[in-house]
Design a protein around this ligand. Sequence first.
Ligand code: SF4
Length: 351
Amino acid sequence: MNRFDYVRPRSVAEAVAAAAQPGSAYLAAGTNLLDLMKIGVARPARLVDLNHLPGLDAIEELPEGGVRVGARVRNADLAHDSAFSRRFPAVAEALLSGASGQLRNVATVGGNLLQRTRCAYFQDTASACNRRDPGSGCDARGGENRLHAVLGWSEHCIATHPSDFCVPLVALDAVVEIEGPSGAREVPLRDFHLLPGTTPERESVLAPGELIVALRLPPGAADFAAHARYVKLRERTSYAFAVVSAAAALRMADGRIAEARIALGGVAAKPWRAAEAEASLAGATPDAAAFRRAAEIALAEAKPSGENGFKIELARRIVARALSLAAAGTPDRLPALPASPFAPVPGGRHG
Ligand code: SF4
């Protein structure tokens, strides 16, 4: 572990000023950053500790009907906030699908967005990795890559983004509030993470020194509360990242789908919104054929980046499954039990 300065600012303005020094990194719960520092993948010259900043730990109902979640709100606190989980059940379900109880108790909303990929070669400093060491190559190509990306990848990097939380947030048009050396700005979460292209080391639109201060869900996001689910398929029942996952949210009117939202996790370097698949469901009857068609559209551009072609059909099935569960209705007990991909669909109507 390298030597580093430690700074504990008392305000957002002080934090941003402290992080202006090159090589600085913000420290929230540290559930990802500290691990990466211990194995030599992250080597910040200065840690700017956000844990004592006032004003970033509130969940606020907004006057026009949306909600604003401070960047320091803990994952568990947000998932178990009854007003929030009632209005945004798929987000709560995704939060409870992530990590472990202990990690969710400390991990923050802002930190969740900025998780680094869990590509094993990224975490091994003896391996070539363009994301960690630009220009060095990518040992995942031709290596162990069955969990890598099938959408939006490039020859330079085939990693996936590990967050569950971001998947329904992208489906529901969440917005990221940012403060930085040049002032405040907002970015739709959908545009926040970057695909690798030729510069996989650039993972988000954040400029040096910029700090996430809050997330916002717009008023219309709660209109999907009665039909919203997050389904995650993983290699063991808990404490594992998604092989593939999907958030599905439907707004129903007169027995038909008035509006659909779909996003996928575990398939790309960013949470993947499936806008064309959503459009295919507008006005449709919620049945297995419509859901399978939407799933085909969602994965139409997918291609294996290695030994991971199986993920494409798996992702189609998880999208159709999430849509079926959403159409059957959000269960009353959410978020006590995150959805199992293997659970029967209530009523068994949608296959
Ligand atoms: Fe690095 Fe990306 Fe290749 Fe993994 S897939 S080794 S993160 S460049």
